[in-house]
Design a protein around this ligand. Structure first.
Ligand SMILES: CC(C)(COP(=O)(O)OP(=O)(O)OC[C@H]1O[C@@H](n2cnc3c(N)ncnc32)[C@H](O)[C@@H]1OP(=O)(O)O)[C@@H](O)C(=O)NCCC(=O)NCCS
Length: 163
């Protein structure tokens, strides 16, 4: 049986995050480590295989604050390709929710790209509901053709769940 362990990442984990997810995604987590919240790492048989950032800071988009208040948000969920479709993301989401519940939060939200049908299905299966305020204008971090990190406007759908 697989041994799945989920823990909080710290700066010492950045090297392994880079080995597993590459420099861009590791850079994303490195910047998130300086923000309020937790980077979670899921390991399978002691090998890191998935990560996400659970933000407890003020949401970046004023529409989120207007409709959901200072709700914690799930960001940058990533499972290594050879471990996908084994329930790992579902475990990580459940662990994030349990941690938030322990901290006293009663709701959690996530923004999902309109075209990301896999993630849309994942959050639906995890009991999240789309909010009734339509698409949200947001920003996306990505690499441009020269390998530089770019932040460009984007749109997403917002899902939330009572904890
Ligand atoms: C989206 C992602 C995190 C899912 O991780 P995962 O560990 O494979 O997900 P799970 O195994 O927990 O799947 C849970 C449910 O999600 C849905 N799902 C997951 N992968 C799917 C796929 N390839 N096709 C269709 N549905 C899928 C299914 O409903 C699945 O339940 P089921 O297997 O019982 O049908 C992973 O594909 C990934 O890292 N993608 C790239 C990054 C990304 O898009 N992140 C989401 C940002 S919001």
């Amino acid at each position: 049986m697989r041994d799945i362990d989920i823990r909080h990442a710290g700066p010492a984990d950045l090297i392994v995050l880079e080995q597993v997810f590459g420099p861009f995604q590791a850079g994303v987590y490195r910047r998130r480590l300086e923000l309020p919240g937790r980077v979670l790492i899921a390991s399978v048989d002691r090998r890191p295989a998935a990560a996400m950032f659970v933000s407890t800071g003020m949401p970046d988009e004023p529409e989120i604050v207007e409709h959901l208040g200072r709700v914690p948000m799930l960001h940058r969920l990533m499972v290594v390709s050879h471990r996908r479709r084994t329930g790992l993301a579902t475990h990580l989401i459940a662990a994030a929710e349990a941690g938030l519940r322990e901290q006293g939060y009663r709701e959690v939200a996530v923004g999902v790209d309109l075209e990301n049908t896999v993630a849309l299905r994942l959050y639906d299966r995890a009991g999240y509901q789309e909010w009734s305020h339509g698409r949200l204008k947001t920003f996306r971090e990505h690499l441009d053709a020269d390998g530089n990190v770019r932040i460009t406007p984007d749109e997403c759908l917002v899902f939330h769940k009572d904890l």
